[in-house]
Design a protein around this ligand. Structure first.
Ligand code: NI
Length: 178
């Protein structure tokens, strides 16, 4: 296993549209494994390819006992709205309430390329929406009111000094036990 460096807010790749995944290669499977390891080491519940400097339209999600690889995901159903606190591995230490759909159904391909549907509310629903946003160059701070976004960006001005190359390098000591 290996840990990948996480791009933080300001890194251009976080703002780029991803590219549809057309074939599942051994290299792609390794990327997914490394993304799970990286997400675990960073104590996150979701991680999208652009956050590790990649252009593939894929993300990994792990909420409670639900572990998902979402490739080429799309929200096909949504219901209601709800506000809840969010953070992002690419914007460390910044948290804010974000309005999202209360429930979503997502259609995606798994690591074998098989299409499936997953429905989620609460943390799973929020996480799916957050990761799909990443795949289209959107960050949770984009969804804040002007005032709250300004506050978050002000906090980030101080925080970002910890990431001089706009990369978050995880300490190897954070490796989870095998
Ligand atoms: Ni994020």
């Amino acid at each position: 296993m290996s840990l990948l460096d996480i791009h933080v807010l300001g890194s251009p790749i976080l703002r780029q549209e991803t590219e549809r995944v057309d074939s599942i290669t051994p290299e792609l499977r390794r990327l997914v494994d490394d993304m799970f390891d990286t997400m675990h080491a960073a104590k996150g519940v979701g991680l999208a390819a652009p956050q590790v400097g990649r252009r593939e339209r894929l993300a990994v999600v792990e909420v409670d006992d639900v572990k998902l690889v979402v490739i080429n995901p799309e929200i096909i159903l949504s219901e209601g709205t709800v506000k809840g606190e969010e953070g992002c591995l690419s914007i460390p230490e910044i948290y804010a309430d974000v309005q999202r759909f209360a429930q979503v159904t997502v259609r995606a391909q798994d690591i074998d390329g098989v299409w499936y549907e997953v429905s989620g509310n609460e943390l799973l629903g929020r996480c799916l929406q957050h990761e799909i946003d990443h795949l289209h160059g959107r960050l949770f701070t984009d969804r804040l009111s002007l005032l709250k976004r300004r506050k978050a960006m002000k906090e980030w001005e101080d925080e970002k000094d910890h990431y001089p190359k706009l990369l978050r390098v995880l300490p190897v000591g954070d490796l989870p036990p095998e």
